[in-house]
Design a protein around this ligand. Structure first.
Ligand code: BDR
Ligand code: CA
Length: 315
């Protein structure tokens, strides 16, 4: 897989400020064909995230991409949204025009399955929300892990603290059963967890550089990120924000940015009283009892190169 070959991508997301920036990153790349976008509940309701996906694809110049509405709730538990992080409208309370397009009739899981069948071995999937749609798609097509070339997931906190609970990251804990089904399914899977996303941040200096970039796309994105940085100030004590979903988009489109990763099977804790939603990597050299395919857990990236590419995408 070369970095500049045409890459066909399905994006499953819950936009979401950082989801928006991930879409901007991919939309700016001529060699990335976004074949479809699935919306899922998460940062807001699925009704809102689907409308936001349409708005964002129009803003970032890909209005033709089909958007499918996905799951409105997790497989088992009740949904929890994140308006305090992403604003009441999911986009930092920044108003975008109503979308001209509408969601397609297929569900997100159906669209993903159809695209995977039409592009066997050639479709890359970027999942940056709760994994409900991907789990439902496996239910519809058990060969999905073989049909898809590669799955990049933003989620989990493998060897670092969680962000929703002491051990739990939002995308995984928002649907632990779905996440466990996805990790068990046998995808060629890159995991972009808090281990790397919390140390790959848009700094105040980078946010200021973005403000200098002319044009609607950069201006709106800068406004989204100002809201996000305000939330993250409470965590970092500085005006900066973690770039979770855009980093996962970069790992998909620019795999050379990854400088270190370890391979391990990952399971999701489903029953722990304190640890439900925890991503547990088995790092024993030869986990003899584990039949599960290992995934690559990203632990280091070329941060400056990533931030430069992210800025380029908004120029
Ligand atoms: C993840 O949770 C969501 O709020 C973000 O969009 C990102 O996908 C980070 O934990
Ligand atoms: Ca997200």
């Amino acid at each position: 897989m070369s970095d500049r070959e045409t890459t066909r991508v399905f994006v499953d997301c819950d936009p979401g400020i950082d989801d928006a920036v991930a879409l901007a990153y991919l939309a700016a790349r001529p060699e990335v064909e976004i074949l479809g976008v699935g919306a899922v509940f998460g940062n807001n309701t699925v009704a809102v995230t689907a409308q936001n996906a349409l708005r964002l694809l129009e803003l970032y110049g890909r209005p033709e991409v089909p958007v499918a509405v996905g799951a409105e709730r997790p497989l088992v538990q009740a949904p929890r949204l994140a308006e305090h992080v992403h604003g009441g409208n999911g986009l930092g309370d920044v108003e975008l025009p109503d979308p001209k397009g509408e969601p397609v009739a297929e569900s997100a899981a159906e669209l993903l399955v159809r695209l995977a069948r039409e592009n066997p071995g050639e479709l890359d999937v970027l999942a940056v929300g709760p994994l409900t749609n991907v789990a439902l798609a496996i239910g519809l097509e058990p060969r999905l892990p073989q049909l898809v070339r590669r799955l990049v997931v933003m989620g989990g906190a493998v060897e670092v603290a969680g962000n929703v609970g002491s051990h739990a990251e939002a995308n995984i804990v928002n649907d632990p059963e779905a996440a466990e089904a996805v990790f068990a399914a046998g995808f060629d899977l890159d995991l972009v967890a808090l281990d790397i996303t919390m140390k790959t941040v848009a700094t105040a200096e980078w946010l200021d550089r973005l403000k200098e970039v002319p044009g609607d796309r950069a201006e709106r994105t800068s406004a989204f990120l100002d809201f996000y940085a305000e939330f993250y100030k409470g965590i970092f004590g500085l005006r900066q924000c973690a770039m979770h979903d855009p980093l996962a988009a970069a790992v998909l489109a620019d795999p050379h940015l990854v400088t270190e990763a370890f391979e391990a099977p990952v399971r999701v804790e489903l029953t722990g009283t304190l640890t439900r939603g925890m991503t547990v990597a088995d790092r024993r050299p030869r986990p003899r009892t584990d039949e599960r395919r290992a995934c690559r857990v990203v632990t280091s990236v070329s941060e400056d190169a990533f931030l430069d590419l992210m800025l380029d995408a908004l120029r």
